[in-house]
Design a protein around this ligand. Structure first.
Ligand code: HEM
Length: 205
């Protein structure tokens, strides 16, 4: 396995946040509604991890360092894990595990449907992210993983629906997302200049 310490560092850096937030909730450091804060932090964490995952290929192209690609799959899986924790926190702290309220909730918060579709897309990418699926699906694997073009805008739409009035933070994520999606166009990806390192050729997904 290449870059084992770098992989471990990334693992620790990403795993530590949900534990830290839980600790903060436990010690009453998240204000009067810690459940809501946990839902928001995990949702934002999932979106940020999606953006970070998408930036790995351009960073590899730019720097020539293969370490970026070594952690890309891990980061994508973490994005999914944060999404699952976000859903679990919603079910426990907002829904109170009262599933009879789900229909009312969906009418009150229709953006949940958009989030659920995005999470389902992330599930499909997560379960097919291994080498076995890559071999089995052949060319369809690339097509399937183009779902990312849909998942990111859905995640951004889900957030926009919630933040509405406070557009500044959303606009930063949306702009970053737009740049990263445009960079995935192979003709543009090939034009990224190499600033450092020898590096290898990278096939954009
Ligand atoms: C079934 C799936 C999902 C459900 C039920 C869900 C539910 C929610 C709810 C209820 C909130 C608002 C909490 C509040 O302030 O009242 C929220 C916020 C958010 N969610 Fe989701 N979500 C889902 C999937 C996702 C996914 C897949 C992403 C990212 C890719 C995501 C990203 C966000 C973001 C960025 C916020 C805003 C956080 C903030 O206010 O700073 N959600 N979600």
């Amino acid at each position: 396995m290449r870059h084992p310490y770098w992989r471990l560092l990334v693992f620790v850096l990403v795993a530590v946040w949900p534990l830290y937030w839980l600790y903060q909730a436990w010690s009453f450091a998240l204000g009067p509604d810690p459940g809501k804060v946990l839902v928001e932090r995990l949702g934002l964490g999932a979106l940020i991890l999606l953006l970070i995952t998408l930036s790995m290929t351009p960073l590899q192209k730019l720097s020539g360092w293969s370490g970026w690609m070594a952690v890309r799959r891990q980061l994508g899986l973490w994005c999914f894990a944060y999404g699952v924790l976000h859903l679990a926190a919603y079910a426990v702290f907002i829904l109170g595990l009262d599933w009879s309220q789900l229909a009312v909730e969906l009418r009150k918060r229709p953006y949940i449907i958009v989030g659920a579709v995005a999470l389902f897309g992330l599930l499909l990418l997560a379960v097919t992210s291994n080498r076995y699926s890559q071999r089995r699906l052949g060319k369809s694997w690339k097509k399937l993983h183009r779902l990312i073009y849909l998942i990111l805008p859905l995640g951004l739409l889900h957030m926009l629906w919630i933040v509405r009035a406070d557009l500044q933070e959303w606009a930063i994520y949306a702009a970053l997302g737009a740049v990263l999606l445009v960079l995935r166009i192979p003709a543009l990806m090939r034009r990224i200049p190499r600033i450092g390192g020898a590096g290898q050729k990278v096939q954009p997904k």
